[in-house]
Ligand binder design. Structure first.
Ligand SMILES: CC(C)(COP(=O)(O)OP(=O)(O)OC[C@H]1O[C@@H](n2cnc3c(N)ncnc32)[C@H](O)[C@@H]1OP(=O)(O)O)[C@@H](O)C(=O)NCCC(=O)NCCS
Length: 333
């Protein structure tokens, strides 16, 4: 047994004000409410107001972080590190983590971004867990937040229906290695050979955003939905089994599954493969869509605050994202 482990002691979430319903989308592209509900389970999503400092990525992260700190009974002065999972940063430099550090006044903290797209929160929480369980830090704030609005192609009906903006945060604290409530394990894996199924061609150092790029819409996210769907179902199921087996558990030992919210049909297919009841799967996709790195922490926060997930219960985070990236994190809340 290790001397230390880590435990989640506070959670928080924040969303932009503006709701964009399926009916709103049907005014932008050739789609309709029935198709989107049936194929994705999404009814509406939140969209950040462009250029409004109150709805910058770090501003949503700030609101989520304040809630998480409050639940944890901590202040900004207690934070040793901020790990910020996002693929839609405020700016490329400095990191969104540093923007948040400044907003919080967390003067002692080191801060960095993690980009694993939709898997980002589990990657970030794993980094935090390792620093805490080696004794290198005592309190770490992990945020998963996205403002995808500028990167979504609002003329592409096959992708724009899926995404939304939001932020989730958790405070992790160092505890004794045998503390019953702790992170039990995490597993990460990536497959860069599958980059093409979800990518954003321009805006990085390979390709500036020029007039030609805008004309070709290469400054917007490109997605091969069907291909992702298949990989996602298989990998989410495999990762769930791997996490449980590593802890000598079966699905009977699991109280709640919190999967990445990309499509309700993906989530249902995973539950079916695992023979795990949908009543024990946390779902918030109908109201927020796919908020990428924010889906798991916002869904978990909501389930904890509503009393659904209770202290002492075993919970599995199970995610996939662009890269492709995959991950799981098993914990006792
Ligand atoms: C994108 C996704 C919702 C599409 O659902 P699907 O059931 O695979 O639908 P298809 O792509 O087979 O399209 C079926 C038909 O609906 C049409 N269609 C696509 N989008 C539509 C929309 N928004 N409204 C109405 N019709 C639409 C297609 O053109 C196609 O028409 P056709 O049969 O005449 O060619 C689904 O594949 C998905 O969610 N994939 C995973 C994406 C994901 O997770 N992305 C994030 C990665 S982290």
């Amino acid at each position: 047994m290790n001397q230390y482990a880590s435990r989640i002691i506070g959670t928080g979430a924040a969303f932009p004000e503006t709701r964009r319903t399926n009916a709103d989308l049907s005014k932008l592209v050739d789609t309709n409410d029935e198709w989107i509900r049936e194929r994705t389970g999404i009814q509406e999503r939140r969209v950040s107001r462009r250029g409004d400092p109150n709805e910058y990525n770090s501003s949503l992260g700030y609101r989520a972080a304040l809630s998480a700190l409050e639940m944890a009974g901590k202040t900004a002065a207690d934070i040793d590190a901020i790990v910020y999972a996002t693929c839609s940063p405020d700016t490329l430099v400095p990191s969104t983590a540093c923007w948040l550090q400044q907003k919080l006044g967390a003067k002692r903290a080191w801060a960095m971004d993690v980009n694993a797209a939709c898997s980002g929160f589990v990657y970030g929480a794993t980094v935090a867990d390792k620093f805490l369980s080696t004794g290198s830090a005592k309190t770490i704030l992990v945020v998963g937040a996205e403002v995808l609005n500028p990167f979504v192609d609002w003329t592409d009906r096959t992708s724009c229906i899926l995404f939304g903006d939001g932020a989730g945060a958790m405070v992790l604290e160092r505890v004794a290695g045998d503390n019953p409530q702790r992170i039990l394990s995490s597993h990460l894996q990536s497959d860069g050979s599958l980059w093409e199924v979800f990518h954003l061609p321009a805006g990085g150092s390979n390709q500036e955003v020029t007039a030609e790029v805008i004309e070709a819409r290469d400054h917007k996210m490109k997605m091969k939905g069907k291909e992702i769907f298949k990989v996602a179902v298989k990998t989410l199921a495999d990762f769930a089994v791997q996490a449980l087996e590593a802890n000598n558990m079966t699905t009977n030992d699991l109280d709640w599954l919190v999967p990445h919210q990309a499509n309700l049909r993906i989530i249902e297919a995973v539950a079916k493969r695992l023979d795990f009841p949908m009543e024990k799967v946390i779902v918030n996709i109908e109201r927020y869509g796919n908020t990428s790195a924010a889906t798991v922490p916002t869904a978990f926060d909501e389930a904890v605050r509503s009393g659904k997930i209770k202290p002492g219960q075993t919970v599995l985070f199970d995610v996939f994202g662009a890269g492709l990236t995959y991950g799981s994190l098993l914990l006792r809340w």
